[in-house]
Design a protein. Structure first.
Length: 349
């Protein structure tokens, strides 16, 4: 038997699976850490005949409002019968006695996650263009879902979403920062002064990017699942667009994290082409896009600082965490540069 990774108690889970998970019986379970994640932990669970995926919060230093397993389970349940590709969910457990933290179990979807620039660079130019457009189109379809009709009418508070979240991320920064960074404080000040007058409402993913999607094993241009819904809510859909654009990267700007910078790879469209396609597919006005780019950089810097704090405390699983502290600074400085050059006066400070 392979060693059991930290974060799962297979003996206690065995009884839960037998009672609550479709297809399971009382057979012994094995677990493999699929992704230590920079947020929630994801495990492949097997009884030798069936496979499932278990999601649980990180082992320590959990942000106040993040890592809510019930939210992930609920949004995936709501999207099950829509044209947004998501895994089928089996069971939610909020009893911490079972596994030390709340968790949920979903089907294991097989495909490829294009986790980094090296994997993305292997795509043929035609496939790179197809997956780029598919990523945008799936996002537009998500934002078109009638959230009340799928039982998510009370999933969040879309009124006042941006103002409330700028304040909330500022509080998260104060609670979790490992050092003083005046550039982050300045971003929060400018964002609070530059809130757009008009804001749409939809389901938002909250962390929509290439490596939070899974593509078909036999077709890199088709998404079979959108993953990692821990930050989903009801709010302004353009926050997803801004975050996707920050990850996508600007051909004239430095890449900071993971999938950022794909616009420099053969076949991948520019950031401008990506946002223009979203505007066309969704019918939304992107004239205030600079605000959403700055907001995305601010939010992402604060999230990464939380990851950096967990790393410094020795509470992360997996690799690739040692550069998180520098990424916080780079993200914040890049966002401030966008603000300084924006046509939105309040963003320029």
């Amino acid at each position: 038997m392979p060693p059991t990774p930290e974060g799962v108690d297979l003996e206690r889970l065995r009884a839960f699976f037998a009672a609550d998970v479709e297809g399971a019986s009382d057979r012994p379970l094995t677990a493999e850490l699929i992704s230590g994640g920079r947020s929630n932990l994801t495990y492949a669970i097997s009884d030798g005949e069936h496979e499932w995926v278990l999601r649980r919060p990180p082992l320590g230093h959990v942000l106040e409002t993040a890592h809510d397993m019930g939210r992930e389970f609920r949004v995936l349940s709501g999207l099950a019968d829509t044209d947004v590709p998501v895994p089928h969910v089996h069971a939610l457990c909020e009893d911490v006695e079972v596994n030390g933290a709340p968790f949920y179990v979903m089907e294991r979807v097989h495909g490829r996650i294009l986790r980094n620039l090296a994997m993305l660079a292997e795509l043929a130019p035609d496939d790179a263009q197809r997956i780029s457009y598919e990523i945008v189109d799936v996002l537009a379809r998500l934002h078109a879902v009638d959230y009340a009709a799928v039982g998510l009418g009370d999933f969040g508070r879309p009124d006042g979403f941006l103002e409330r979240n700028v304040r909330r991320w500022g509080k998260q920064w104060e609670s979790n920062k490992t050092r003083e960074l005046p550039v982050v404080d300045e971003l929060g000040r400018r964002l609070a002064a530059a809130l757009p007058a008009h804001q749409d409402q939809s389901i938002v993913h909250g962390d929509y990017r290439i490596d939070n999607t899974m593509v078909a094993s036999d077709d890199p241009g088709r998404i079979v699942a959108v993953l990692d819904w821990e930050m989903s809510t009801l709010g302004d859909p353009l926050t997803d667009v801004g975050l996707l654009a920050v990850y996508w990267g600007d051909r004239n700007a430095r890449a900071v994290l993971g999938s950022q910078g794909v616009s420099n790879l053969p076949g991948f469209p520019s950031r401008e082409e990506v946002t223009e396609r979203y505007a066309r597919e969704s019918g939304r006005d992107l004239s205030d896009l600079d605000f959403y780019l700055v907001y995305a950089g601010y939010k992402l810097a604060i999230i990464v600082e939380g990851i950096n704090a967990r790393f410094l405390m020795g509470k992360t699983l997996g690799e690739g965490f040692e550069d998180m502290g520098g990424a916080v600074v780079a993200l914040a400085e890049t966002a401030l540069d966008v603000a300084d050059r924006s046509s939105i006066k309040a963003l320029r400070g």
